[in-house]
Ligand binder design. Structure first.
Ligand SMILES: *[C@@H]1O[C@H](CO)[C@@H](O)[C@H](O)[C@H]1NC(C)=O
Ligand SMILES: *[C@@H]1O[C@H](CO)[C@@H](O)[C@H](O)[C@H]1NC(C)=O
Ligand SMILES: *[C@@H]1O[C@H](CO)[C@@H](O)[C@H](O)[C@H]1NC(C)=O
Length: 125
């Protein structure tokens, strides 16, 4: 019986992992890739994304970077005025690509603020 449960649990976990890789993850903040090794000299893009709050509606925006470097770390960290319910997701490109588009959503009645940093290296010949 308990072995059966372990098998079912393992299957559920495996399905979640497979599913999670397909759907873009929407989350409060983003730390993608090898950020612990990120070097300031590799920063290819720095952006401050801010939307003021509007009554009754949520607001969306995007920011994009296209370049020559292959991305190895993406950070999108909430600023002081960020509502905890706002989210960010990778819409296009990302780790191992030479471009990325991030999409931001705020909740109704809330604005959002994010600091975005992208780190990349020129691919080795
Ligand atoms: C923002 O994005 C959300 C989720 O994709 C969507 O439901 C909503 O209509 C969008 N709002 C605006 C103002 O575009
Ligand atoms: C992150 O670092 C690990 C260990 O060095 C490496 O195997 C992996 O390819 C790296 N990932 C990226 C996206 O550079
Ligand atoms: C990026 O490339 C590295 C090295 O080829 C690989 O280890 C890693 O899994 C890739 N990451 C993504 C998110 O594709």
């Amino acid at each position: 019986m308990s072995r059966f449960l372990v098998v079912v649990w393992a299957l559920v976990l495996a399905l979640q992992i497979v599913h999670g890789n397909n759907a873009p993850k929407e989350q409060f903040e983003l730390h993608e890739g090898n950020c612990s090794r990120a070097l300031i000299g590799d920063m290819v893009f720095l952006d401050h994304v801010q939307l003021s709050r509007l009554p009754l509606v949520g607001r969306n925006t995007t920011t994009s970077w296209y370049g020559d470097q292959k991305i190895y770390c993406i950070l999108a960290l909430g600023g002081k005025q960020t509502s905890k319910d706002s989210t960010v997701l990778i819409k296009e490109g990302g780790i191992n690509h030479t471009f990325v588009t991030l999409e931001f959503h705020s909740q109704k009645n809330h604005g959002l603020e994010y600091n975005v940093q992208v780190f990349g290296k020129l691919p080795k010949k």
